[in-house]
Design a protein. Structure first.
Length: 230
């Protein structure tokens, strides 16, 4: 049984753990040569309780996002962001019109404050923002092409929500053969149970879910030396 499976014992029933072990799930993917931070949908719309798409305040998440962003910047590693594209027209919102009950409201579709980031980790002018209209940051966007051009082979995925846009983006990154790392304190969800269930499943099938402190230590150890050498 892998260490990854061991850490989920107590949350996942033993018989299910055994089924994953039988299928040889949960091996560690590890790090590549050049990681990029992908900050997914952490605008006010999803981290400020004033907005209906945010379930509650998440100060620990904000702190983790600030910490990991500073780490990437200090190491001179690329930082990418994703947020929704223009959704003022019903066609731009697409099938969201049928699934969400507030898509036609100003606070959802037109309020410009919804697309602002908190100052502590807001994108710099030198950092890339990907605009999307569906959960995955890769779906019908140039993100994969940009990452390939940037020499990136490892995506460190952070943001919200774990069960939605994080999950969709992580699966797409994995499908495009990127290594994926998820610092578990740097992703959040309006549902704690959905958060844990999706972290487990991604850890088994598409990514390495690791403590934030371990991720930062790995980044500084692996890539700090590279920067110092340059």
């Amino acid at each position: 049984m892998t260490d990854k499976l061991e850490k989920w014992k107590g949350y996942i029933p033993d018989d299910e753990i055994a089924a994953y072990a039988k299928g040889a799930f949960g091996r560690k993917i590890g790090w590549g040569e050049r990681p990029a931070l992908l900050n997914i949908d952490t605008t006010r719309m999803f981290v400020d309780p004033e907005f209906p798409q945010c379930g509650a305040e998440m100060p620990e998440l904000i702190e983790a996002l600030t910490h990991i962003t500073k780490c990437f910047r200090d190491l001179g590693l690329p930082v990418y962001y994703s947020r929704r594209d223009d959704r003022r027209h019903p066609v731009q919102r697409g099938i969201w019109n049928l699934k969400l009950g507030n898509t036609g409201e100003f606070i959802y579709s037109e309020d410009p404050r919804a697309d602002e980031w908190p100052d502590s980790y807001a994108p710099l002018e030198t950092e890339i923002v990907v605009y999307k209209n569906k959960p995955s940051a890769f779906f019908e966007t140039p993100l994969e092409s940009w990452l390939r051009y940037d020499g990136v082979d490892t995506v460190v995925a952070v943001g919200v929500s774990t069960s939605g846009c994080i999950r969709a983006s992580v699966v797409d990154a994995f499908s495009h053969n990127f290594r994926v790392v998820i610092p578990e304190e740097a992703v959040g969800d309006r549902s704690a149970s959905a958060h844990r269930a999706n972290l487990f499943d991604m850890d088994m099938k598409a990514a390495d879910v690791e403590p934030l402190a371990d991720v930062i230590r790995e980044l500084e150890t692996r890539y700090g030396k590279t920067q110092a050498a340059e």
